[in-house]
Write a protein that binds this ligand. Structure first.
Ligand code: SF4
Length: 343
């Protein structure tokens, strides 16, 4: 990859609470290339949304980005730039699409004014010029009759239309990077597909980089070219998407794959990964997945696995890389043996 657009290096975002220090993001590193669509996948509590909020410095106390973390974007370290500098980046060079369009929009302003506001803040455009730009941008997102729709209020639009308004807001300043945090979770399936198509189309037309954050491997398969799997505050696997679907290496990724609904495979129940993500105040010693893993052995409880190289651009934080034959002898995960959770 040439010089990345965004380079996250050893990002640690901790929440200093009365119950202890929650290490929600704990030493995460990855790059996003110019024009690339990169996916981050993982279940709730794995740290993917905190990673996204950290990039834009939207973490509120008692959370903070720890010293030694780096978020290099267009030559600046966003982890340490001034408040004024980060305000110049947010909504301008990097914008974010949130998962719940109704709560992300202000119910008392029409949507055109809300989209226009972005250009007024960052470019100082007049109200009229900004509104005209908002209508053009709403048209780009496929909203029919954008001039009329711009005068409507959020409650007058469907969920899919509201999500298009948020995408227009994110596009107003032609950002270099869009962070889309579960952008289709609140939508029904047909609208989801339309919104993903729209994001892909806009990304290729404007060569915008997109960081797609989702719990859904189906969304990853449809939209991204490279994927990062997060678990318990860490990257546990990183791979080109095709490589991951052809041969996932980390047992957690394997579990996510098995949990996907399969067309044509009638089953009484979906497969689930037993147990839950451990508490971020108390990550287990050694491998953080070991209580839920069907292959764990003594080394996994003793040594925290590094990211092992598996193939070209493919790394996995799992000791099976050095003892692959153990994959032939799965056993019930510890949480099942202890009766804490059963698949
Ligand atoms: Fe399972 Fe051990 Fe690999 Fe962790 S390191 S995922 S416990 S096999």
């Amino acid at each position: 990859m040439t010089e990345p657009l965004l380079s996250i290096q050893d990002l640690r975002t901790y929440f200093h609470t009365s119950a202890g220090v929650a290490r929600s993001v704990d030493g995460v590193s990855f790059d996003v290339g110019a024009g690339e669509m990169l996916g981050i996948v993982g279940e709730s509590g794995c740290g993917k949304s905190v990673t996204a909020l950290s990039i834009l410095r939207l973490i509120q106390p008692p959370g903070r980005i720890e010293p030694g973390s780096h978020i290099i974007f267009e030559g600046k370290d966003l982890a340490t730039v001034s408040e004024e500098d980060i305000r110049g980046v947010r909504g301008n060079r990097i914008s974010m699409i949130f998962q719940e369009p109704m709560s992300a929009l202000n119910p008392v302003f029409n949507v055109g004014d809300q989209v226009a506001e972005v250009a007024r803040i960052h470019e100082g455009l007049s109200k009229k010029a900004a509104f005209a730009r908002a209508v053009e941008t709403l048209a780009l997102t496929g909203i029919p009759a954008p001039a009329e729709r711009a005068k409507e209020y959020p409650h007058q639009l469907s969920g899919g239309m509201r999500q298009r308004v948020l995408i227009a807001m994110a596009l107003m300043m032609k950002p270099a990077l869009i962070i889309a945090d579960e952008p289709t979770t609140a939508l029904d399936v047909t609208i989801q597909a339309q919104i993903l198509d729209l994001l892909r189309d806009l990304q290729s037309r404007f060569n915008t980089s997109v960081l797609m954050i989702t719990h859904d491997l189906g969304v990853i398969a449809e939209t991204t070219s490279r994927v990062i799997v997060m678990y318990a505050g860490e990257v546990v696997e990183e791979s080109p998407v095709e490589g991951l679907f052809a041969a996932a290496h980390h047992p957690y990724t394997e579990g996510l794959m098995h949990a996907m609904p399969q067309i044509g495979h009638e089953r009484d129940r979906l497969n689930v990964i037993p147990g839950t993500v451990p508490a971020p105040t108390d990550w287990p010693h050694g491998c953080r997945f070991r209580d839920r893993c069907p292959y764990s052995w003594e080394l996994c409880g003793r040594d925290h696995p590094p990211l092992y190289q598996i193939g070209v651009g493919h790394v996995s934080r799992c000791h099976l890389a050095i003892e692959p034959e153990r994959r032939n002898h799965p056993h019930p995960p510890l949480v099942v043996q202890q009766g804490v959770a059963v698949a």
